[in-house]
Design a protein around this ligand. Structure first.
Ligand code: DGJ
Length: 689
């Protein structure tokens, strides 16, 4: 049993076979273990076997398990291997557990590792398989969890370019709900995350379980209701993505958490665990710097004159890290050429990048640069010299005019390491935006291992450099990549309305610390919509803030608003970076709202985004979350002065100034916000008094 003050995870084996998780919930006493193990046994009736096959951590076909098995393997000639694992040894220390099993006849060893992180509440689980003979593995699930039978729906995630994080509520029913990413990367359309709320659970109340698979090569998820009523969730790499026969296999880590106070309980576990345990911060104490990124300002049109001027303006507005995006290398005048040619384009930068970097540093900013290492354009020196380094057929359909390099090959990784490490060594660069703009010709786990190896080598050589994971926006968001990187480019959409929604859903997995969000141009380049600078600025201020328009487009008034929001963000980022993001149960579907509550609970900020016009005339009271019922808070609207429209004609108290209210009132009754136009954000600050 794994146990701490918050929860117990009880694994029981009735014979010498693989164990099953028979209990996962609030702590149980040691002397209850035996009786609970017996109490969970179910009856036997007609129409089934004489014993209910175990829903073990790797359900076995050989045990007549009536659902998806945890392992589908065969020998290289195609003969299925149906192991029957028997206990070999266990190892148990504190909150870590490792269990080893063997099938002597087939020469297979299975072991799994479980961990329980008491500070955050996360359970981690990973499985390994070793074979004496070369073996082909089509499907290998991370340790399998039986899940609650008290829920009616599951929440999983779809999405697309500029429209990431689309939650879908799907009813449980007999059989399998399967999600599978076959694009070779995590994918906009297949976030490896599922929430399983029990009936009646909301953001703030009720029970829920949630699972995330930390792998960047595409995953397969099976949520199955068995004929006997039990339910299981399996996560693993995409089916058949291990293309070669091997002797050793391992799953990625499965991250599992549960909550007694709504979806937020799980969201907070993911947020904290990612920030405090997964991301390898070079310097955790360093405040997240305000980004300026030049992509939507200049695209491929680089010149010292233009970018020097932009850098001056960006610094004046409050930027702290200047990022030179795509377009600085090879002969990259558009997106059809030069990926792979990682040397500075002397036509655009006759004196190299030195003068720009010196200018940026003089302005008090640090310098970051864009790469898309795993890709190659057919129109590049690299491809002309090494056609065989590209994955897939030569007549394949290109994606954004490019092909994917075979990261499984050492010479490819060595080439990329030398090229990138050279640029990083020769310049004062402290951040890399690592992009990945096309899907793979086929899913391939060795591609991911190769990419991870390259990143790890670069990080070891340049430990002070921070990396951002971008894949046409949010195409590679998972704890596997975030075990190596420090920021996520959540979406290519800088449209504040779309971002409001994306950020809201993304907080089910991601904390502010890693979630990049930029104020885009007035006229959104990806949606065509025009949003007021106040809305754009406050939406970006919800997460790791930056901006990426040409600052010259800002009117004096717009620049003032942006400067003010950036200054506010800098004043608050230290505690917000460590805060929990709690989604609020808004009784108005037009209002997308969250509270960010400081680690010690002494302060909070609520972002209440009016995403559309409400159906009713007036705003409904908004209930807060995460406060102490007995404490009193002083709450005030940060942005009333410049946000009140003429059509807000009444006198809700918050319009007039701060209020002192109890946590119980704020969470039970809620606050009355002033009326606002759609596409507007209220920022409500609170302090415990
Ligand atoms: C896609 C990214 O998501 C953008 O932010 C930008 O970096 C472009 N690629 C550059 O090609």
């Amino acid at each position: 049993m794994l146990q701490d003050d918050r929860q117990s995870l009880l694994l029981v084996s009735t014979s010498e076979g693989l164990p099953q998780i028979v209990y996962w919930g609030p702590p149980i006493a040691a002397d209850e273990v035996e009786v609970i193990a017996r109490a969970t046994q179910r009856d036997v009736t007609g129409g089934m076997l004489d014993r209910n096959p175990d829903l073990s951590i790797c359900p076995e076909e050989s045990a007549s398990f009536p659902g998806q098995p945890g392992l589908l393997a065969r020998n290289p000639q195609g003969k299925p291997l149906r192991p029957r694992f028997r206990f070999t040894e266990d190892w148990f220390q504190g909150t870590s557990l490792s269990l080893t099993y063997r099938d002597e006849v087939l020469g297979l060893t299975y072991w799994s590792e479980f961990g329980l992180d008491s500070a955050t509440g996360m359970v981690t689980a990973r499985a390994y398989l070793e074979a004496e003979e070369l073996t082909v593995v089509d499907w290998f699930a991370a340790p399998v969890f039986p899940v609650s039978e008290a829920g009616t729906e599951m929440i999983d995630f779809a999405g697309r370019w500029c429209g990431e994080m689309r939650t879908q509520r799907v009813p449980w029913s007999a059989g399998i709900r399967s999600r599978e990413g076959r694009t070779g990367r995590t994918g906009h359309e297949n976030l490896p995350l599922i929430y399983l709320p029990e009936a009646g659970a909301t953001n703030t109340q009720g029970r829920a379980e949630a699972f995330h698979y930390g792998w960047s090569g595409g995953h397969r998820m099976v949520a199955e209701e068995l004929p006997d009523g039990r339910r299981q969730v399996q996560f693993g790499h995409t089916f058949q993505s291990e293309s070669a026969a091997r002797r050793r296999f391992e799953t990625a880590t499965l991250f599992a958490c549960r909550s007694d106070y709504g979806l937020n309980g799980c969201a907070v576990v993911f947020q904290r665990y990612l920030r405090d345990r997964v991301v390898p911060w070079p310097n955790p104490a360093r405040p997240r710097p305000v980004h300026y990124n030049c992509w939507e300002a200049v695209y491929f049109g680089h010149s010292m004159e233009r970018l020097g001027d932009i850098a001056t303006r960006a610094a004046d507005l409050g930027a702290e890290r200047f990022v030179l995006d795509d377009g600085w290398f090879g002969r990259r005048d558009n997106d059809t050429s030069s990926l792979g040619d990682w040397w500075i384009d002397r036509r655009k930068w006759p004196d190299g990048l030195g003068p720009l970097i010196t200018h940026v540093k003089k302005l008090g900013m640090t310098f970051g640069i864009w790469f898309e290492p795993e890709m190659v354009n057919p129109d590049s020196e690299l491809y002309r010299n090494h056609r065989d380094w590209a994955l897939g057929r030569t007549d394949q359909v290109l994606g954004r005019g490019q092909m994917v390099l075979d990261m499984g090959r050492e010479e490819v990784r060595n080439y990329l390491f030398e090229a990138m490490s050279g640029i990083l060594s020769e310049h004062d660069i402290e951040y890399v935006k690592w992009d990945h703009n096309r899907v793979l010709p086929q899913p391939d786990a060795s591609q991911v291992r190769g990419t991870y190896a390259l990143i790890d080598k670069l990080r070891a050589a340049h430990p002070e450099v921070e990396f951002e994971s971008c894949a046409s926006g949010g195409g590679r968001i998972d704890f596997g990549i975030l075990g190596r990187m420090h920021r996520i480019w959540l979406s290519d959409s800088n449209d504040a309305l779309e971002r409001l929604r994306i950020q809201h859903e993304a907080s089910l997995l991601l904390p502010l610390a890693v979630s990049g969000s930029h104020v885009g141009p007035r006229h959104s380049h990806t949606s065509g919509r025009v949003h007021d600078i106040r809305f754009r600025a406050w939406v970006a201020a919800q997460r790791h803030m930056g901006f990426e328009m040409d600052p010259a487009e800002l009117t004096v008034k717009e620049a003032e608003v942006l400067r003010d929001a950036i200054a506010w963000w800098k004043e608050n980022r230290d505690w917000m970076t460590k805060a929990d993001i709690l989604r609020l149960d808004s009784s108005d579907p037009a209002l997308v709202a969250e509270a960010q509550v400081a680690h010690g609970g002494e302060r909070f900020v609520v972002f209440a985004g009016q995403a559309a016009a409400s159906s009713q005339i007036l705003p409904r009271p908004l209930r807060l979350a995460g406060l102490e019922p007995g404490a009193r808070y002083r709450v005030s609207l940060r942005n009333a002065a410049d946000s009140l429209p003429n059509l807000s004609r009444g006198s809700p108290a918050l319009k007039e100034g701060p209020l002192e209210l109890s946590g119980q009132y704020l969470m039970g009754q809620g606050v009355c916000l002033p009326w606002s136009f759609p596409e507007h954000m209220w920022v409500l600050e609170g302090r415990r008094i």
